[in-house]
Design a protein around this ligand. Sequence first.
Ligand code: GUN
Ligand code: ZN
Length: 492
Amino acid sequence: MLEFEIRHKDLMGRIGKLQTPHGTVETPTIMPVINPNLVSLKAADMKQYGAEMLITNAYIIYRKADLREEAIKKGIHSLLRCEMPIMTDSGSYQLYEYKDVEVSNSEILEFQQRIGSDICVPLDIPTPPYAKRERAENDLEMTLRRMQEARGIIQNNLLAGVVQGSTFLDLRAESAKRVAELGFDVYAIGGVVPLLASYTFDKLVDIIVASKRNLPLNAPVHLFGAGHPMIFPLAVAVGCDLFDSAAYALYAKGKRYITSDGTRKVEDLQYLPCACPVCSSYSVKEVQEDTDLLAAHNLWVTFEEMRIVKQSIVERNLWELCERRCRAYPALLNGLKQMAKYSALIEKYDPATKHPFFYLGESSAYRPEVLRYSNKLDRFTLSGNVLITTNLEEKELTEQEQFDHVFFVKPPFGPYPAELSESYPVGQAEIPIEVDNEARTVALQNVLKLLELNRNRNRNVKFVFRYNSSWEDHPLIEEMRKYAEVRVMESN
Ligand code: GUN
Ligand code: ZN
């Protein structure tokens, strides 16, 4: 049973192929939300933007007699006039927002099955962020019972298992483990809409990671309610494969113009900073006055950003894309810094070879490649006289002096032997002339690690550490004196 095949990987992100009854979908992808009340030709139009799958709400169809009849008679694809794969949500979100859902888990699942949904969703219970522990636990138990029931009902369609647990990371982990044990085709992380709305991206990263690390790798993970493109690079980097967007339409209704790094009030625009078919054929005034044009622009940039994310997975520079995008907004920077805290975990998923490392700011110091390099410092077994220098120009100088080993220090990696000066990652890393303190700190920590490792192995090894005066006030320089003769070099 090969339903989800992974083609490319970077960080915890991947490009995969998901087989559905209506064809194969390439992930990561975004499913536009189709409101069944507003269908005209909308669903069929979605292909042109790059949509490969849609999502709609089975509960909204179910509670309206005419829609329900038509869906039962002709199927969901005919109702939406579209042959693309369609995921159906259960009404959980309505339950959460309006608390008036009058349908049982089994009823809505049987309905989804009957109308030929490609991916069905049970009636999970979204617990809001920062809920009381007891409530989160009770909701979770109920959600898990419904997941188990769903597993017994759905036979031929794909079925999503939903992870809840509010902002309790241990509950998220337990939730993920237990749905994984039940076994689903797709896993979905729910209950995060309020965090998205409040831009609490650090907590969002925590929740995704706590869930993802306990879910099977050979199934796609959907992040419910994440439709703004500014979150795609980060969410994909920590392992999300599927997204749904009502945002394109909701933002248009609110007269908001989406960009890959935020949102603008369309009335504030004097220019259209975009080259999509809408922005290149209409005037600012026309886009301001026509909600459909604005929604179309919003969709174009949404799919454009997903293609950018996918290309960066292929090129294996998704971290760099995250760094660039997360500079757009302080709340995104919180998310990026949170991801950096999971570097050791991400390193386990991350492929070992990449394109040259570009240092783009403090967060680059915590990249998985840097951690991996540090983890391998024990392969350097040193003896005799060893020079470690921050001056990459010292090559000629050392020929006159007698050293058994020469190491250069390159932030943020730290020490590398002269022989590796052309090798990936450290030799090929591109760093700015003036590096920041984080990069120096990580580099010096790695120098200290190399010194300690070798001093413990061999008492007779002698270290000389030379550094440029620009490193002078770094507190770790003092530490170096424990192991090495330390000398400063005047820069010229
Ligand atoms: N849509 C947005 N959030 C959720 C959620 O937590 N569960 C479901 N089923 N749908 C959602
Ligand atoms: Zn545009």
